[in-house]
Structures are given as C-alpha cells and as structure tokens.
Ligand binder design. Structure first.
Ligand code: CP
Ligand code: NVA
Length: 305
C-alpha cells in the first residue's frame, strides 16, 4: 500500500519541533521575499484550493505563495465543480489527488475534511472548518515570535466565541507551551473534547477583565462566524460585554499585543481604538499567512523546515 501522506488538518498533526521549524522557516522566507530573492523549489507542483466558504486572506496567500514558490494554484469552487453537485467526497479526493500535488480545503463540517484526507494520496491542508483554523495559528505564532520572541510561558487571553479560532488557540497552547485564558459568554464555550485534553494549558475565565489581567497577548474574533449569519443579531446582544476595548487592554501587560484573524467588525468584538492602536499587529498577522503557508507547503511537499 502507498505511504500515507502527512496532512495538516489540526495543529496537533505536527509536533512542537515541526511547528517551531515551520515558524522559523516562515520568517526566513519572509526575509527572502522582502529582499526580492527568487526561490522556486515547488516548480511543476500544483495546489488545489477548494473553497466552500468565502475568503480573502486564505485564498490570496495560498495562491500567491504557491506562485512565489514556482508552482501553480487552482481555485475550485463548489459552484462549478461536481463537488457542489453531490459527487461523493471519497471519489473527489481520489480523482483530485491523482492530478494535484497538494490540496487545501475550506469547508463547514470538519468530518468532511477528514473524510477527504483519508482518501487523498497527497497532503491535505485545513484552510478553515467550523471546528479549527490551524493555518491562522501558524501566522499568529510567527507574528508573536517576530514581535516579542518565544511565547512559551506567556499568558494569552481569548475574548469572545469558543469557535474554530478559539479551538486552534487551545491546541496552540498545548504545542507552544503558553497559558490560554478563555473569556466567553455561557453557552458559547469551546468544545470540551478540545478543551479537556489541554489540561492546565487552557481554561475558562468567564469575566473578560479578569481573563485579561497580565496578558501578553489579547486575541478575539467575530461574534458570528461564517454559516452563523442568521444568529448575528442575537449574538450581538449576548456578546456585548465581550468586546476588546481600552479598558480591557488596560488589564493586560504594558507590552501586550492585540491579534485578530480578520475580517474584523470595529464597534463589535473590538473597538477602533484597539484595532488601530500601537498594540495591534493585525496587518503583520495577515501578511504572515503568506510566509507561514509557504513554509508549510515546503514542509509537506519537500519534508523541509
Ligand atoms: N483570517 C482568514 O482566514 O481570512 P479569510 O477568511 O479572508 O481567508
Ligand atoms: N471564526 C471565523 C474566522 C474567519 C477567518 C469564521 O469561521 O468565520
């Protein structure tokens, strides 16, 4: 039987050394890119990009990243592929992975992604599911490292929904060795199957101001994720006290950073005063999607970090 490829469906698919190696390599690729170096180790390789949800950063960073590495990327929308007309996921995975060298998927159910990966002969990358968003965490960890150094032993505060980003922060706390305080309204806690194995690394601190005390990094995300649009109004009432504002940032350490995976809604989960402040490094965070995913693709295709 053919050797199973390495996939990146969750941060937990890689060990600590591999993740740290990818982040180091991401910063190196960034310096090379900024210097104008031409680096094309993936010449002749093709990336398939399956998007069942909208995207700006993920689509552009993967497509540009693959092109910078010398390869090619194809955008595959369910609207105009047979995937959207009910061709079985197992069959689609068989066919696509005989033509492509690597595949990224953004979809709703995490199970769908796992099913696809189980039938793929090439590496599959999670480009966001309802459960996890691990690519964003590569960029976030790179960004923290570039601004403040090692995140091990630091305190990170998550404010808002116990969603896919929160879940990936819990996994990151396990792998990178920081403490995660999660402040979310009751009824919006992270999935216990993800939180419980994190042990002391992550825990719920219900009150947002308490959760932010001594934080080295404060992170939030939208109150209603993709697929939850009809809950937007109800959620904006429930989450009203879970806004990252100046009062909350004042609880954190003086040199605390603010992260947001974007897109952001100023006046909802974050005030403009925080989003556009000196503490906020959201544009670096967005740019690092490009460099960290280039490092990830090198790792998965060439076994290199
Ligand atoms: N942060 C993020 O994944 O952005 P997009 O939805 O624009 O890809
Ligand atoms: N939690 C958000 C993240 C968007 C990048 C969503 O799933 O819509």
């Amino acid at each position: 039987m053919a050797k199973q490829p390495r996939h990146f469906l969750s941060l937990l698919d890689l060990n600590k050394d591999e993740l740290q190696g990818i982040i180091r390599r991401a910063s190196e690729l960034k310096r090379m890119q900024h210097r104008g170096d031409i680096h094309t180790p993936l010449k002749g390789k093709n990336l398939g990009m399956v998007f069942e949800k909208s995207s700006t950063r993920t689509r552009v960073s993967f497509e540009v990243g693959m092109s910078q590495l010398g390869g090619h990327a194809l955008f595959l929308s369910p609207r105009d592929t047979q995937l959207g007309r009910g061709e079985p996921i197992e069959d689609s995975a068989q066919v696509l992975s005989r033509m492509l060298d690597i595949i990224m998927i953004r979809t709703f159910e995490h199970d769908k992604l796992e099913l696809f990966a189980a039938h793929s002969q090439v590496p599959v990358i999670n480009a966001l599911t309802d459960l996890l968003h691990p690519c964003q965490l590569l960029a976030d960890m790179q960004t923290y490292f570039e601004h403040r150094g090692n995140i091990e032993g630091k305190t990170v505060t998550w404010i808002g929904d116990g969603n896919n980003m929160c879940h990936s922060y819990i996994n990151a706390a396990r792998r990178f060795g920081f403490r995660l305080n999660i402040a979310c309204p009751e009824g919006y806690d992270p999935n216990p199957d993800i939180l419980a194995p994190a042990g002391e690394s992550a825990g719920i601190v219900r009150d947002p101001l308490t959760a932010a005390v001594n934080a080295d990094l404060v992170v939030t995300d939208v109150w209603a994720s993709m697929g939850q649009e009809e809950e937007q109004l109800a959620r904006s009432k429930t989450f009203a006290g879970y806004q990252v504002n100046d009062e909350l940032m004042a609880q954190a350490n003086d040199d605390a950073l603010f992260f947001h995976c974007l897109p952001a809604h100023r006046g909802e989960e974050v005030t403009a005063s925080v989003m556009d402040s000196q503490d906020s490094v959201v544009w670096d965070e967005a740019e690092n999607r490009l460099h960290s995913q280039k490092a990830l693709m090198e790792f998965l295709l060439l076994g290199r970090v």
